[in-house]
Design a protein around this ligand. Structure first.
Ligand code: CAO
Length: 549
């Protein structure tokens, strides 16, 4: 084991380069090529890769600091067999190709004014990509016919380590393009042609460097060995991110930031940058993702992909209005309703239960109920019948597991009761309804409804329901389609019972019919399950002696 210090490599002549991101911490196990730090000049962003694998024992840099060539970055503990002289570790090899920037600087320094200018159509060649192959084209920055200036970006490329732009080496007009977004390119590949005005002398020099038959590479940097003595060494191009803010690129992000954005599935172009010169940081990406999640949760943004927002309307332009704040419960209800409506594929089936006998029995028990201090409405009968049916047809007593791979089958029967309260809609839960008698159900329901209306329900009183009953029977209506209260998979709407003529095979009989509507989550329950469940429930309500079976 030995401790080695990794230092800043040649920065192509740049000095006091800003540290925009420190990618390692003490204790990290570094792998070869892993980024240590992201640096930024006013021209480019670059990642400095690790040239030795090992464990970080000290970090000498911090975000916002300035670095120069040779400054210490980190100390790492490397295995003895891997250690090498510090010079070799931190300096790029002499054969290292020159980065675009250095080449541009070098070319710009050439005495072009003294040479005769000629218009030539030349290939735009992909430069050395630091050994990377099949590199993704993430952006084509020009179109055929575009006038480009020297240094303008032609395409942007991205490996899993770095992003880079391939700049035009000469000003001119794009004649053709053989590259598209999403495609892949390799070193030496022609990606199009440019009609460029080039100085005769440099053309000759470049042609010489590339060999007698080679065409001038419009965007390709020359290898260091072939450049003039003034060319400066720079980190290998494949590790240099040179995404510059240009007319086509409103954002400015290093490879690590781009990778994070891709992982989180957020669009860089939609993120507000907080860094200097419009630079996007990882924090900007995380904050953007967080805002989206919060907006979805609060209902400001719909999670249903592509659903347009309801436009904001100033109603006062049509007549007098007052604006009142929504209660907390109303806001939560609105969120839950939207969430359930958008996430659950609903089917609602309707039926009428003949409750003539049930009602006769209930009325016969009224005096006794009063004596006991109870109130016996149709609701306890409905709860008892639903509980018995959930036991008989357990396909309804389930929830979909959030992993999308499993279904949760429940061996308990808790029933939610939708209650209209002065604070809004609340759903207290009656536990183990299948194990309780009518009186107990009636008393517990009345107690729960009383608590709901007095604002005394505890969170536990509203959790764990398997199925919800929403009764509007006292108010009227012939039927409605209730929204499933996920993660439950079904809800039953109860409308107003009325006397209806029912054909008994010989004649019409006046029967007390109760309209029921059963909404279910079609991901968890299929139509046949619903048919069986509903038939059992209606039969039970029509003859409550079945509850004894
Ligand atoms: N048909 C005819 N009459 C009915 C009936 C029905 N389906 N359901 C109840 N009634 C009668 C009752 O029998 C009672 O009359 P009596 O005193 O003469 O017996 C009267 O209507 C009032 O009943 P109630 O409303 O006090 O009691 P309940 O047990 O029927 O309902 C509760 C309790 C909490 C469910 C109800 O008060 C409530 O808040 N319902 C609203 C639920 C809601 O808002 N749902 C919408 C959610 S969105 O899906």
């Amino acid at each position: 084991m030995s401790i080695e210090t990794l230092s800043v490599p040649d920065l192509g002549g740049a000095s006091d380069v800003e540290v925009i991101e420190v990618c390692v911490a003490v204790g990290d196990e570094l792998e070869l090529e892993q980024s240590i730090v992201v640096l930024e000049t006013d021209k480019a962003t670059m990642e400095v890769p690790c040239t030795k694998a090992g464990k970080v024992t000290a970090v000498h840099i911090s975000e916002g600091g300035k670095l120069n060539e040779g400054d210490a970055l980190v100390d790492i503990e490397v295995a003895a067999s891997e250690s090498a002289p510090a010079e070799e570790v931190v300096e790029p090899a002499v054969e290292t190709p020159v980065a675009e920037e250095a080449v541009i600087e070098e070319k710009a320094a050439e005495p072009a004014a003294e040479a005769a200018a000629t218009e030539t159509e030349i290939d735009i060649i992909v430069p050395d990509l630091g050994g990377a192959e099949d590199v993704d084209v993430i952006e084509v920055c020009v179109a055929v016919g575009d006038e480009v200036a020297e240094g303008d970006s032609i395409i942007a490329l991205e490996t899993d380590k770095a992003s880079m732009e391939i700049p035009a080496e000469h000003a001119g007009t794009i004649v053709s393009l053989d590259v598209s977004e999403g495609g892949k390119v390799n070193k030496g590949q022609s990606i199009g042609r440019i009609k460029a005005v080039v100085a005769a002398a440099p053309v000759a020099a470049a042609s010489q460097a590339a060999g007698p038959t080679a065409e001038l590479a419009a965007a390709a940097p020359a290898p260091a060995a072939e450049s003039s003595g003034e060319a400066k060494l720079a980190p290998p191009p494949a590790t240099v991110a040179t995404i510059e803010p240009g007319p086509e690129t409103a954002f400015y992000a290093g490879p690590a930031v781009r990778q994070l954005a891709r992982q989180l599935g957020v669009e860089l172009s939609e993120i507000k940058a907080s860094g200097p010169r419009g630079r996007l940081s990882k924090e900007d990406v995380r904050n953007h993702a967080k805002t989206i999640i919060e907006d979805v949760k609060s209902g400001k943004l719909s999670s249903g992909a592509g659903i347009p927002e309801i436009p904001d309307v100033d109603h006062s332009q049509f007549g007098p209005v007052t604006i009142e704040p929504l209660s907390k419960i109303a806001k939560i209800t609105a969120q839950n309703m939207s969430r359930n409506w958008l996430n659950v594929p609903h089917v609602t089936q309707f039926d009428d239960a003949d409750i003539t006998e049930l009602e006769a029995f209930r009325k016969s028990m009224k005096a006794e109920a009063e004596k006991r201090g109870s109130k016996l409405t149709p609701l306890p009968f409905l709860i008892k019948a639903v509980a018995a049916t959930l036991r008989a047809e357990p396909s309804f007593n389930v929830s979909l597991h959030s992993d999308g791979e499993n279904i949760v089958r429940k061996d308990y029967v808790h029933i939610g009761i939708a209650a209209d309260t002065p604070r809004g809609l609340l759903v207290p839960v009656l536990r183990d309804a299948d194990k309780k008698g009518l009186w107990q159900i009636a008393d517990e329901v009345n107690e729960l409804i009383g608590k709901a209306r007095d604002g005394k329900l505890m969170p536990k009183d509203m959790q764990g329901a398997c199925f919800t009953i929403s009764s509007l029977g006292a108010m009227g209506g012939k039927g409605f389609t209730p929204i499933v209260n996920a993660p439950e998979v079904a809800i039953m709407g109860v409308s107003k019972a009325s006397i209806q003529p029912v054909w008994d095979g010989k004649e019409f009989q006046p029967r007390q019919m109760l309209p029921l509507s059963l909404s279910y989550d079609h991901r968890a329950i299929n139509g046949a399950d619903c048919g069986r469940f509903f038939t059992h429930l209606v039969a039970t309500l029509s003859d409550i002696r079945r509850l004894l079976l």
